[in-house]
Design a protein around this ligand. Sequence first.
Ligand SMILES: [Zn+2]
Length: 135
Amino acid sequence: METFYRVHWADCLPFSAEHAWSALWGATRVTPDGSRIECIACGGTGTADGTKYGDPCAECDGDKVTDAERGYSCYTNPTDLIAYFAHRGEPSDDDSVIVFEGRQVGAGSDGETLAVPTRVIETMTWSELRKRENR
Ligand SMILES: [Zn+2]
């Protein structure tokens, strides 16, 4: 089993294997479990040119929705997690940092790891993580 580090946003579904789906930032989830998202290529219109009568979108085949990626985006060590969010904008302490055991299932669009959790090891705030890592 590997150990992973993730920032879990306060407004996300509860942290669990069942909800372990990833979407690009800003993607619109269309199923309650987050496994399907509005097609990004066509903006959810279903057509290649975004008009009502255009050719079907090649990405979603006219379905308007596509599958999200399996797994939570996360990092295999706290240093990389901190480096990523230092660049992107740091989470607030309403959000959680979750340390978990799980299985890597792929790699995300930003080069991060995608993993499905099997067990939560601990939960802390961003400030606690920063203090612990002394950065
Ligand atoms: Zn599409």
